[in-house]
Ligand binder design. Sequence first.
Ligand code: TXA
Ligand code: MG
Length: 353
Amino acid sequence: MRKTLMLKVDSEKPDASKIEVAAESIRKGGLVAFPTETVYGLGANALNADAVLALFEAKKRPLDNPPIVHIADPNEIYRLVEEVPKRAELLMKRFWPGPLTLVFRHSSLVPAVTVAGLDTVAVRMPKHQVALALIRQSGCPIAAPSANLAGKPSPTTAQHVYEDLDGRIDVILDGGSTDIGVESTVVDLSVDPPIVLRPGGTPFEALKQVFDDITLHPFVLAEAELPLEKMRSPGMRHKHYAPKAEVILVQGEISAVAAKVKEIAEFYRQKGVKVGVLATDETQGSYTADVVKSLGSRSNLALVAQRLFRLLREIDAQSVGIIIAEGVSSDGLGLAVMNRLRKASGYHIVKAS
Ligand code: TXA
Ligand code: MG
C-alpha cells in the first residue's frame, strides 16, 4: 500500500514546486497521475522497466496492452523511434501538441515492458500545461495509460483517479476537469497508408483532410447486433462482474430511440431492476427511469464527449442494475463517443426503427 499524495495545481500555470514533487517521484520510479487535455494519465518513467511494471500492477492492467509514451518536445521522438516517416512529420506539425497518438517502430532505448514486447511504440505530445511541465521537469518520456483501474471508464477528474487508485500510486496532480473527455486518437504509421486504431479527440475528418487514404480499422466501427428478445434472457444481466451495471446502447433515428429506450426501461423496472438512462437534452424530459442524466445537446458532440465518462461513473455510483444509453451521430467526436459506448455495452446494441 502506498500513501497517495493529492496536490492541487493551476491547470494553466502549474506551481513549479508542486510539479517538482511529482517529477521527483517519477525520477525515483514512482507513479504520478496527471491531467491531460483528454483524460487523466497515470505516469511512470517510460525508460525505467521496473516503474512501468509497477504501473501495470497499480492499474491491474494486462501486460499485453502497452501504454502511450508522452513527450514534451516533438524532437524527443527521434531517440524513441527508428524512423519518422514523412507522413508522421506532417501529422506532428499539424496536430501536436494535442489529442493524437502516433504508432512507430521503436528504437532499442525503449524497454520491452513499455511496449508489451511489440516492435512498435505509441507516442503523443499532450497540450495540457500540467502534463507538459511534469514531463519536462522529470527529464524523461512518461509512459501513461489512462489513470483508471482496468475496465473502468477513463478518469476526467482527479476525484475519479482517487476513487480507483488511492493507496496504489504516489501522487495525483489535480488540475480540474479535463477538456476533451475522451482519449486521444491513435494512428498507426508503421503501415502505409495509415490506419486509425482508436477514434478519439482528433476527429477522423481532420485526419482525412491531411491524408485522404487514411482508413479506420474495422474494430473502430465493430458492432454485433443483439435482438431485444435475446437481451431479455436473465443470464445476460450477470455477464459483467458486479457492481458495474450492464450497458445497453440504443441506436437509430431520435424519436425511435426515445421510444425504444422507454420500452426497455419499463421492461426492467417491472422486474424491479433500478434503471439508469444516459440521455440527451432533446430526450431527457421524456424518461421516467430511476436515474436520468443528459450528455448535452445531440448537436454539441464535443460536450457529449466531455461528459461521457463522468456520467457513466455517476450513474454507476447510484447502483443501478442497468444503464440504457442513447446513441448519437458518429460525426466529429461522435465517432469516439459511439466507439466507447459500443465497448461499454459489450456490444449489446439495439437498433431502434
Ligand atoms: O488520451 C490518451 O490517449 C490518454 C492520455 C493519458 O494520454 N491515454 C490513454 O492511454 O488513453 P491508454 O493506455 O488507456 O490507451 C492506449 C491505447 C490502447 O488502446 C493501447 O492498446 C494502444 O493505445 N497502444 C499502445 N501502444 C500501442 C502500439 N504499439 N500499437 C498499437 N496500439 C498501441
Ligand atoms: Mg485506458
